[in-house]
Design a protein around this ligand. Structure first.
Ligand code: 1GP
Length: 261
């Protein structure tokens, strides 16, 4: 074996996420897709994130047709010190410039490639990266439109009106040792993950919960936080109207204040 292996970073980010779960609090995450933003746009986004106290940046996309991931990370970091986590659509999206990596297993699928195959391929790059790796049980929930992830992965999402399937899937991931659950209705979903499903999963797991997909309003941010989401991700809505960052950040803060931050 001649692969480079770096010591992986200590679990600073994961400690923060676990603290959110332990204290029933919520963090606001902005998702940037390097295919949909320019490097200059990334600087502007970072400035807004800094001004309004965005907690984390997720960066990644299903396709990455434009190779500017690293330039985008550099531009963001120059203007904002929120931690940056990779949310990769494929193993080629691993770069040591980020702070952490959501190491995704698509647990809603039965596609072995996205449960273990791609992980074997990406393991050398991940070990060499030195990133903090967060083992993530990633489940797609039906958001009312077909998503890139669903198409690429040949997998069906979990039906939106079946919280019991979501709970059992999250339990299975927790039992397998996953560190965090990500429920995603998919980028640009017509229907975000329902509040009953968020509540059911949040109340039944002991690990933190990320929720994203189709969240377009500060009201939905607030509701998701109150339902038990520990990290809430907004991408599309902010791409269309970056002034939402301020209102969404306030909505999460209000939810945290009401739960006694
Ligand atoms: C998608 O959860 C993310 O994977 C965010 O979705 O772009 O719809 O906010 P949106």
């Amino acid at each position: 074996m001649h692969f480079k292996v770096c010591p992986l970073k200590k679990q600073h980010l994961y400690q923060q996420f676990s603290h959110l779960k332990a204290t029933n609090k919520t963090a606001f995450v902005v998702l940037a897709d390097p295919d949909k933003i320019t490097v200059h746009g990334m600087t502007e986004l970072a400035e807004l994130c800094r001004q309004h106290g965005v907690d984390y940046l997720f960066i990644g996309g299903s396709l990455l047709m434009v190779h500017q991931m690293e330039a985008c990370i550099r531009a963001f970091r120059a203007a904002c010190n929120a931690p940056i986590l990779l949310f990769p659509g494929s193993p080629s999206q691993v770069t040591p410039l980020a702070d952490g990596l959501l190491y995704l297993s698509l647990i809603s699928s039965r596609n072995a490639d996205l449960l273990i195959g791609q992980h074997v391929i990406s393991a050398p790059a991940v070990k060499a990266s030195g990133l903090e790796v967060i083992s993530t049980g990633y489940m797609l929930i039906d958001g009312g439109i077909s998503t890139t992830v669903s198409y690429i992965s040949h997998s069906l999402p979990i039906p939106a009106h079946k919280p019991e399937i979501a709970v059992c899937t999250a339990w299975a991931a927790e039992l397998q040792g996953k560190h965090i659950i990500y429920m995603d209705a998919g980028s640009g979903a017509a229907q975000p993950v329902s509040l009953p499903m968020i509540k059911a999963v949040s109340q039944n797991i002991n690990i933190p919960l990320i929720v994203g997909g189709g969240i377009h309003t500060p009201e939905k941010m607030y509701e998701n936080a109150m339902a038990g989401a520990n990290l809430i991700v907004a991408g599309n809505a902010i791409e269309k109207d970056s002034s939402l960052i301020k209102e969404m950040a306030l909505a999460v803060k209000q939810a945290n204040d009401e739960r006694g931050a």
